[in-house]
Design a protein around this ligand. Sequence first.
Ligand SMILES: CC(C)=CCC/C(C)=C/COP(=O)(O)O
Length: 259
Amino acid sequence: MPSPRSSRERRAGGSSSGRPEFLSLVSQRSPIPPDSPSRRKESGISAAAPMPEEDCMKLNPSFLGIALSSLLAIDLWASKRLGVCAGEGSTWGSARPLMKVIEISGHGIPWLLGTFYGLCQSDSSAAREVLLNLLFALLLDLVMVAVVKGIVKRPRPTHNKMDMFVTISVDKYSFPSGHATRAALVCRFVLRHLVLAIPLRVLMVLWVLIVSVSRVMLGRHNMTDVLFGLLLGYMLYSVVEYCWLSPLSAPALFALWSH
Ligand SMILES: CC(C)=CCC/C(C)=C/COP(=O)(O)O
């Protein structure tokens, strides 16, 4: 009965130097190209099963790939540690009701209803213009967040309890945080278009920070979801400013709201 070693050698072409790990050394001296059919036969590698390219890439991950995976690992780890209000039994579980009030302050429904109500009640054309654009900004934000969530499909953190007030189907995904985009967008909008005293302006910025931090503390999001959300909301404001609706650019819309 042949020994396992000798049968392995026969498969490899009868020589131990035919083992694939020695091929690079052999090919330095041999005139036969390393990927020629005879070399493959010698090494026992089937011509019908070439080494998949993606396997080679896994062995040589790019610097960017390593940096991204490390960032995501740190993000998951830190977000889990910061999710101190994720459940009633969590470290800061008693602060959960307060966090949920903060959550509602950045929810789309109160902002949409409030803006719509203001629009119906306003009797100055300047106020109507600002509120109509705020309504446009809120709707644009909802659509953009839904599109990105639907494309990225990043699941919510495992420690999140899905007990949020009114959600839509894409809200099972976490990237980006809709609350963070809305808070950043509304903050830029309000600071630009409302004449507010300095303490109120500071309060507005604080509200954005509190809403953002509360998303991670509630366990709803990872930190990168919130950071990207803030960036997206900030940029969306520039789009709103660029597409600003006025009685000149959208007369039909303004005719709808004039009493
Ligand atoms: C139903 C409407 C009008 C808005 C949904 C608002 C909502 C639940 C967003 C999700 O926010 P996060 O992504 O921050 O969890």
